[in-house]
Design a protein around this ligand. Structure first.
Ligand SMILES: Nc1ncnc2c1ncn2[C@@H]1O[C@H](COP(=O)(O)OP(=O)(O)O)[C@@H](O)[C@H]1O
Ligand SMILES: [Mg+2]
Length: 504
């Protein structure tokens, strides 16, 4: 056996190298999906930045195919822009961002979106990302690329001038991409984005052809507040890491300062039980052992804490959702429902809202959203289709849910979306979430059922009315010759009786 040779190749590698090899984990697999992913990452950043700065977003996405399977994508927004010194990190370093450490309802989470796009353009065309950032009176133009071996930005050709506008324009050239009009396309992605973001105006231009989704409401969504995690939603590992890194002097103050809605009374209760297990809340959190953490978390689950704050979640809203669905589909009927906040994994608040659009220009489709971001891929692993499948749609006069003129919209808002994977394409099938989606859909489906029943009733009445009206001519002639009364008079009378009886 030759151990020396075996370990000669041992080396470390950067997160950028990892994602270069595993680009599918970021959504860069398949030509159509890759292009949608590029647009998704840039557009969600624009929406997030505008929301954070409380600006009504004007977003423009332009795509020009410059070669077979090679396209230039330009995304511009009117957000706050990016400070000069951060432009390199935003577009040239993976796992860098402002959102990862925040416990708050937002789109981005991990800081791999923007730099992921840079990496994709680098490995498919080698062209750096051209960034124009207008921030606080300064316009900075730069070409940004990524040093994949070190996961560090390469910034070139930077120029700076004054400006009186704000926003970001990002221009990338990507290869290995295609576009069509199917359910995984940029077209579908932008349409779904418009439905979930009534406060945004969104323009899509593909090879010169323009589609425009105007803003439906002139108020930006309320800002979701940032909260501390609830102690019931914490795993032993998370508790251990937080405790070890804490600057608090005692376990007691660590718990009080690190989690949402913990009170001294409840801490006394916890302390009493822990005392019997030989764990003191007065010890330093830095000294807590893994075994102790496991015990603490077990006891934590037995205590009746104040429930997590739920006002941290901002839904789209029933009326707003109604407006965007109307604008996009012009259906015969729309029913929207926003449910009250609920909790999953004992400590993480979430809100489900749904819309069902029926008839009109509706195409049979399921729209899945997590914090207003459309999820187009990996639907089989997702909680939303699971909930839809578990409903007995026959009870709502819908015989074949997959072939009816019905579009279903489901939005999950949460401070922590349980994605199935790093690609953030599907919501894990957490029991409480699936259940809540079902309840929301069933509630909306009841209103759809009433509509469908009413429609059948009207159709049936009309059918009977038409059938009877067919006999009127003959009948009036017969009665007229028998009774000697005027034929026209009898005819009008008979028609009047039938219309009265069979109208609603
Ligand atoms: N269009 C933009 N306007 C302003 N800031 C932006 C924009 N795009 C990205 N950023 C900033 O760059 C950071 C990194 O973005 P990204 O890599 O997509 O990660 P994430 O969105 O998960 O935080 C964001 O957290 C945000 O602070
Ligand atoms: Mg992002």
């Amino acid at each position: 056996m030759n151990y020396k040779i075996m370990f000669e190749d041992f080396r470390e590698y950067s997160v950028a190298e990892f994602f270069k090899k595993n680009r599918h984990m970021l959504g860069f697999s398949g030509k159509i999906k890759s292009l949608t992913t590029v647009v998704h990452e840039l557009v969600t950043n624009s929406l997030d930045a505008c929301e954070e700065a409380e600006i009504l977003p004007d977003i423009k996405v332009e795509i020009y195919f410059i070669d077979n399977e090679k396209a230039k994508v330009i995304v511009s927004d009117n957000g706050p822009g990016i400070p000069k010194e951060l432009i390199g990190k935003v577009y040239g370093k993976l796992l860098a961002g402002t959102k990862f450490h925040k416990y708050k309802q937002q789109r981005g989470q991990q800081g791999i979106g923007a730099a992921g796009v840079t990496m994709y353009s680098k490995i498919t065309t080698g062209v750096p990302v051209h960034v124009i950032s207008m921030h606080r009176g300064k316009m900075v133009i730069a070409d940004v690329s990524i040093d994949i071996n070190r996961n560090e930005p390469i910034v070139e050709n930077m120029v700076e001038t004054d400006t009186d506008v704000h926003g970001v324009i990002v221009e990338v050239v990507v290869g290995d991409v295609k576009i069509d009009k199917g359910e995984y396309s940029v077209y579908e992605y932008i349409r779904q984005t418009a439905i979930a973001n009534p406060h945004a105006s969104i323009e899509l231009i593909v090879n010169g052809e323009r589609i425009y989704y105007p803003r439906q409401i002139d108020v930006p969504p309320k800002r979701p507040v940032e909260t501390l995690p609830h102690i019931l939603g914490i795993t032993p590992y998370e508790f251990y890491e937080m405790a070890r890194n804490s600057t608090s002097r005692t376990l007691r103050s660590f718990i009080l300062n690190s989690f949402d809605r913990v009170t001294n009374n409840k801490l006394d209760e916890l302390g009493n039980v822990l005392k019997s297990l030989d764990i003191s809340l007065e010890k330093s959190p830095k000294e807590v052992t893994w075994e102790e953490v496991e015990k603490i978390i077990k006891v934590v689950k037995t205590i009746k804490w104040y429930p997590p704050r739920k006002d941290v979640l901002i839904p789209i809203g029933e009326a707003n959702l109604q407006r965007t669905i109307e604008a996009v589909y012009r259906p015969e009927l729309i029913v929207t429902r926003t449910r009250d906040p609920k909790i999953y994994r004992d400590g993480i608040p979430f809100i489900v809202e749904v819309g069902i659009a029926y008839g009109g220009n509706v195409i049979n489709r399921i729209h899945r959203y997590a914090n207003r971001v459309p999820l187009l891929f990996d639907s089989s692993a997702c909680a939303i289709p699971k909930a839809i499948q578990e409903i007995d749609w026959n009870r709502y006069e819908i015989q074949d849910i997959n072939n009816s003129p019905i579009a279903i919209v489901v939005h999950l808002a949460s401070v922590f979306i349980p994605y199935v994977s790093a690609g953030k394409t599907a919501i894990a099938q957490e029991e409480e979430i699936v259940q809540e989606i079902k309840l929301a859909l069933m509630d909306a489906a009841r209103a759809i059922k009433d509509h469908i029943k009413e429609k059948y009733k009207i159709q049936e009445m009309n059918r009977k009315k038409q059938a009877l009206l067919r006999y009127v001519d003959q009948l009036s002639s017969d009665i007229s010759s028998l009774s000697g009364e005027d034929r026209e008079l009898i005819k009008n009378k008979l028609e009047e009786i039938i219309r009265e009886k069979y109208s609603i």
